[in-house]
Design a protein around this ligand. Structure first.
Ligand SMILES: [Zn+2]
Length: 497
């Protein structure tokens, strides 16, 4: 085994060429070619039928929603949509694929020749070309029992779950990405991050890398700097987090440079990324497309989306997530860091909806990132899963602005909504949370507090106005936090002359 080369030394002497293949599982209700449900985490082999099990005589039917999702993804990636294309059979045997072929698209993919402009942390924009995006079906899952680290080698037996077999996939393949130099790992990560956000904004997939609904393969080759000769590439499979994408590229660059420095040759092969060590290990020698004996699928009609349908779908594309963020950042006057925190907390949509419901941006932001974030945290749920809507938060903010609630009472109203006690106004009513600003009641409470603390009252009378704080505190306590603190302070000064 050759040694790894120091990353700066790799970059000095070699040019990486990067390619990324991303599989996205669509979140359609049913599978690609049959009506079986696609719920994640169901009991093994409970979501199967003769078609997705490949039983003789069963016939596939294309899922229209999956085709729509594929076209929308292609349009969002600036691809052309093929007016006519067939599915193809990719023939190979593996136990997780009950038909012994995968229904895929081969030389007639539905989306071709697009691009995405990827922005790196320092603002540099790299245009990544999209070769194609095509439709196919997922395989089942194997579970190897008894061996080390879940691998088939040394396992006592294997279990197969076909629930995933036939779930719609879109495979998105970039063109070769040259000239990224030392930034190849960063470009790879930024591309996958933006692709995930883009697909998420389309609402066609959960794009959860941790659950496998988005999976990335990294193709990488090195050529001696300035040589212009394309090196042999490796394909690192199923890199399952954004951080791993970056690490896998960096590791392959160092490893391949070590092999080349020692006078060796890079073997064209698939490799597996090892999450623990951040390294890759050799898998099988790479098959060529001839090995798969592709041929057009005879059981399915060609996909022929009309120009009208494509334009109709283009009309459903939302604002690009990065454009939307730039707009919001500007409108709300956020720093890059503040914006990033909101995105990471999953708060952006919620705050935007709260603002749309009439709340000022600053107030909306403060509720979601402070009190509500704490509530989500203590319940171990995502912010969006809290049982309160942006409109309800906006109503609480409006009640505070109108002087009907102070901040403390407002939190109690929110607690009530979270506890399922109804709308904010109903909670105010049922819990009796309105601010007391009726002077009669407040004056009585102020006089009582002054009488209870005569020394403090004397101080205020002698002009030490800052001493009023203690009386305000006593009145707030006596009124269970429901007094209007500002009015209480005014009344104390009045009563002390
Ligand atoms: Zn089925």
């Amino acid at each position: 085994m050759s040694t790894l080369v120091d990353y700066p030394s790799v970059v000095e002497r070699y040019e990486p060429t990067l390619g990324l293949e991303v599989h996205v599982e669509l979140s359609t209700n049913t599978k690609m070619f049959c009506g079986c449900p696609t719920t994640f985490g169901a009991e093994p082999n409970t979501q199967v039928c003769p078609t997705c099990l490949g039983l003789p005589g069963s016939l596939p039917v294309v899922n229209r929603t999956a085709v729509e999702s594929a076209i929308r993804i292609g349009l969002a990636l600036n691809c052309s949509i093929a007016p006519w294309g067939r599915f193809a059979r990719k023939n190979y045997f593996y136990p997780d694929m009950p038909k012994n072929f995968q229904t895929s698209q081969y030389d007639e993919p539905i989306c071709v020749d697009g691009y995405m402009d990827v922005t790196l942390d320092d603002g540099t924009v790299v245009r990544v070309g999209i070769e194609r995006a095509h439709m196919e079906e997922d395989t089942g899952k194997s579970l190897h029992v008894g061996g080390a680290t879940g691998r088939i080698h040394g396992a006592d037996y294997s279990l197969l779950d076909y629930n995933r077999a036939g779930v719609p996939l879109i495979e998105i393949v970039t063109k070769m990405i040259p000239d990224t130099g030392g930034r190849a790992p960063e470009v790879a990560r930024a591309y996958v991050t933006q692709l995930r956000d883009l697909i998420s904004s389309l609402g066609v997939s959960d794009v959860r890398m941790d659950q496998g609904s988005m999976r990335c393969d990294v193709n990488l080759s090195l050529s001696p700097a300035g040589s212009g000769v394309l090196g042999t590439r490796t394909e690192t499979k199923n890199v399952n987090s954004l951080r791993s994408v970056e690490r896998a590229v960096r590791y392959e660059m160092s490893r391949q440079a070590g092999v080349l420095d020692a006078g060796g040759e890079i073997v064209q092969e698939t490799r597996h990324f090892e999450e623990q060590s951040g390294t890759t290990r050799a898998g099988r020698r790479k098959e060529t497309s001839e090995d798969y004996r592709y041929f057009p699928e005879p059981d399915l009609v060609p996909i022929a989306p009309s120009a009208e349908w494509v334009e109709e779908l283009r009309g459903t594309l939302p604002e690009k997530p990065w454009e939307r963020r730039a707009r919001i950042q500007q409108a709300w006057g956020l720093s890059d860091e503040e914006l990033r925190d909101l995105v990471n907390a999953g708060a952006l949509d919620l705050i935007e909806a709260t603002v749309a419901a009439g709340a000022p941006a600053g107030e909306a932001r403060s509720w979601w990132v402070a009190y509500l974030a704490q509530q989500a945290n203590s319940r171990s749920v995502e912010l969006a899963e809290l049982p309160i809507t942006p409109a309800q938060v906006a109503r609480v903010i409006a009640l505070v602005a109108a002087g009907d609630l102070n901040n403390k009472l407002a939190r109690q109203v929110v607690d009530g909504v979270l506890a399922g006690e109804g709308e904010p106004d109903a909670v105010v009513e049922s819990r009796g949370l309105k601010v007391v600003s009726d002077d009669g009641a407040l004056i009585a409470a102020v006089d009582e507090a002054l009488a209870a603390q005569p020394d403090v009252a004397d101080k205020i009378r002698s002009g030490k106005v800052q001493a009023a704080g203690a009386i305000v505190g006593a009145v707030m306590k006596a009124t269970k936090g429901q007094a209007d603190a500002k009015r209480v302070r005014e009344l104390i000064i009045e009563r002390c002359g």
